[in-house]
Ligand binder design. Structure first.
Ligand code: ATP
Length: 353
């Protein structure tokens, strides 16, 4: 189902939980609503579900304005973090619930529930009660129950929040495969960026009631549209005077500050870097072992930056003199932003022979 939200605004008393939020979602996509706590993600989800009415703005499902449709007529399936399974019903009866409400025949119910038990890997557990299941199994029952009546849109609110880290990772891979297989347009709320980046086709970043950016994980990562998105996705260091860096003497934005991600830096001993003429001199200030690599903090042009270094390279120590290549910086001022590449990478200084 194609979904459109136009200028959604919602207040609770004097507090504006959602401010002029507009977006479109293509059919069959898996969308992650991502942002810090209290940003308005659940409010957006609840408005789509019909559990909350927007103060202004419209919601369209497949070309039909649904603002006035009650939740049960919107063709949606819901999954919440606290499972919300019926405690006194078996796995089978939980999954069958929506079909029973739709007054499907016993044979149809048996067939559909059987399909879903198979699909979600719950075979053998049909007769168990929710409290006899693990957290991951309960969430799979909740998923099966939500999609049993063949909804056109599936809404998941922090579906894995209550589950421990390892099972959570397995479940999100599982969820992605399920959604790809059943092809239902799905929106899930999370405040875990790794989860959103790994699972979603598209991410919507929600902050203080606003939609900061919508795009594929890679677009959001490589082309952030606001300083908030840069600081929220991945890691970064802020720099007040980026024009002091080699290759960035002429900034593309006036009075800009910069954010630099560790992946934008190469840190190495003299002779190790790909483009030494574009590199700065730096001094190692701190070295942290991160399991898969070293995190190196360096002082460069009067600022502290950090980057990563492969474990295959010789180890560095605080005090070592190093070369630091800043590949690009994200510049922003009060009204604009741009990602600027190191000029010397494309326009190296003339070599005199
Ligand atoms: P979280 O990740 O913590 O669930 P969220 O991004 O989903 O946060 P919302 O639950 O949408 O955020 O809440 C946005 C803001 O609106 C919060 O400050 C919250 O306290 C407020 N809010 C939400 N529902 C209500 C309500 N029914 N009455 C009053 N305030 C509410």
């Amino acid at each position: 189902m194609h979904i459109a939200a136009k200028h959604l605004t919602k207040s609770f008393g004097r507090f504006q939980a959602t401010k002029d939020v507009s977006f479109e979602i293509e059919k069959g996509k898996l969308i992650g609503l991502l942002g810090p706590s209290g940003g308005g993600k659940t409010t957006i989800l609840r408005m789509l579900a019909g559990l909350e009415q927007p103060d202004s703005g419209d919601i369209w499902f497949h070309g039909q304005r649904v603002n006035d449709l009650p939740p049960q007529e919107r063709g949606i399936g819901l999954v919440f973090q606290n499972y919300a399974l019926f405690r006194h019903m078996s796995v089978f009866d939980n999954i069958a619930f929506g079909l029973t409400v739709q007054k499907r025949s016993k044979a149809q119910i048996r067939e559909r529930v059987g399909e879903l038990i198979e699909l979600t890997g719950l075979a053998g557990l049909e007769k168990r009660l929710p409290q006899q299941l693990s957290g991951g199994q309960r969430q799979r029952v909740a998923f099966a129950r939500a999609i049993a009546p063949e909804p056109q849109l599936l809404l998941l609110d922090e579906p894995f929040a209550a589950i421990d880290a390892k099972v959570r990772k397995e479940l999100r891979t599982w969820l992605k495969e399920m959604i790809d297989r059943v092809g239902i347009t799905t929106i899930f709320v999370t405040h875990d960026q790794e989860e959103a980046v790994e699972v979603a086709d598209q991410i919507m970043i929600i902050h203080e009631g606003r939609l900061e950016q919508q795009g594929s994980p890679i677009e959001i990562y490589q082309h952030p549209q606001t300083p908030f998105v840069v600081s929220f996705i991945g890691e970064s260091t802020q720099l007040d005077h980026p024009s002091k860096l080699k290759g960035f003497e002429r900034l593309q934005l006036d009075e800009a500050r910069a954010m630099i991600r560790p992946e934008f830096l190469e840190i190495g001993l003299p002779g190790e870097l790909s483009l030494p003429s574009a590199a700065e001199d730096g001094v190692v200030k701190n070295v942290i072992f991160r399991g898969t690599n070293w995190q190196i903090e360096v002082e460069v042009a009067g600022s502290r930056l950090y980057g990563y270094r492969s474990l295959e390279r010789p180890a560095l120590q605080p005090g070592d003199r190093v070369k630091v290549l800043v590949h690009r910086v994200y510049l922003f001022n009060d009204s604009d932003h741009v990602t600027q590449e190191n000029r010397l990478k494309y326009d190296p200084m003339p070599v005199h022979i």
